[in-house]
Ligand binder design. Structure first.
Ligand code: NAD
Ligand code: UDP
Length: 312
């Protein structure tokens, strides 16, 4: 049994990871301030004697003891959430990441960073490999997040090089599934909730931009494999599903799974600097972690629809 700290543990990915690690018999410290999540995502865990909630904003330093390893996930992740207060988002990625790295040093704990495919920006390389440096607008509306995560990666590498800290970096591609914030503005949650409520399905732009959608269980499996990987493999490593779909195809897919829906597709302005395409090259994860996603879009979307239907 390990004592595992999960920053951002009340969020979409974090709460799924808390449930998984508790089920494996670990003690979980879930640290969060509900900036982009709701208490309901972890309310079912509060009675578990192996679960502890720490209410804290990582922008402020914190001292913790007895921690064996850390999954560092705290950061607003959907464009509406991270653009609400870009200074806060950037401070979370830089100040916050620095503070969590100090917790790792204090405890001599292995620490894993949840970085993102967004660091590739609007990519010129397709699919994206970990060696690609990206094409990010440093002053655009997405930069608080993209550049923030790039800075988080820099801080992680600097602590590895200067202090031999035991680090791991993963770059997560668009992930969906149960416990996503219903109103967090991401495409999968938006389309499913719009379709369930017979509201217009809002495609931004002409819908030809692509994304690769990974189901949460595949990601959790990849995160745990990376945490338990060989000491000398620090990454960064891509974790995503290489299946690539246009946003219009995603809307069509969801409407096919909900034939009773009366929703119609409408087109809205494309957000500034919205990446035109995105698809992970996962050769490195396959080779180093023996990992690949196994849940196809239809099955994952069906499970996500069931979750949103039940929790309406
Ligand atoms: P989320 O918004 O659901 O969860 C993030 C959690 O971090 C929330 O509970 C939020 O309250 C907490 N948080 C934010 N700022 C904080 C702060 N200063 N102090 C303490 N807690 C804070 O997002 P998610 O989808 O679960 O993403 C988790 C991590 O994975 C993020 O770091 C994100 O960048 C990364 N990621 C997610 C995706 C995805 O598709 N979901 C893709 C790439 C990377
Ligand atoms: N998108 C859309 N309609 C929505 C929400 C998002 O067409 O209601 C588009 C968005 O412009 C982007 C894609 O879907 O091209 C994925 O958006 P999301 O916010 O989920 O993730 P990210 O842009 O960060 O990859």
């Amino acid at each position: 049994m390990k004592k595992i700290l999960i920053t951002g543990g009340a969020g979409f990915i974090g709460s799924n990871l808390c449930r998984y690690l508790l089920a494996k018999g670990h003690k979980v410290l879930c640290l969060d301030n509900f900036f982009s999540s709701k208490k309901s995502s972890i309310s079912g865990l509060l009675d578990d004697p192996h679960f502890e909630f720490i209410s804290h904003d990582i922008i402020e330093p914190i001292s913790l003891s007895g921690v064996d390893c850390i999954y560092h996930l705290a950061c607003p992740a959907s464009p509406p959430n991270y653009q609400k207060d870009p200074i806060y988002t950037f401070r979370t990625s830089v100040w916050g990441t620095y503070n969590i790295l100090q917790v790792a040093r204090e405890n001599q704990a292995r620490v894993l960073l949840a970085s993102t495919s967004e660091i590739y920006g609007d990519p010129f390389q397709h699919p994206q490999t970990e060696t690609y440096w990206g094409n990010v607008n440093p002053i655009g509306p997405r930069s608080c997040y993209d550049e923030g995560k790039r800075a988080s990666e820099t801080l992680f590498m600097a602590h590895y090089n200067m202090h031999s800290l035991d680090i791991k970096i993963v770059r997560i591609f668009n992930t969906y599934g149960p416990y996503m914030g219903r109103d967090d503005g991401r495409v999968v949650s938006n389309f499913i909730n719009q379709a369930l409520n017979n509201q217009d399905i809002t495609i931004y732009g002409d819908g030809t931009q692509t994304r690769s959608f990974q189901y949460i269980d595949d990601l959790v499996n990849g995160l745990v494999k990376m945490m338990n990987s060989e000491d000398d493999f620090v990454g960064p490593v891509n974790l995503g599903n290489p299946g690539e779909y246009t946003v219009a195809q995603l809307a069509e897919f969801i409407l096919k799974l909900l034939p009773e829906s009366k929703s119609k597709v409408v087109y809205k302005d494309l957000p500034i600097n919205d990446p035109k395409k995105r698809k992970p090259d996962i050769s490195l994860a396959k080779a180093k972690l023996d990992w690949k996603p196994v849940i196809e879009l239809e099955r994952g979307l069906t499970q996500t629809i069931d979750y949103f239907r039940i929790t309406q």
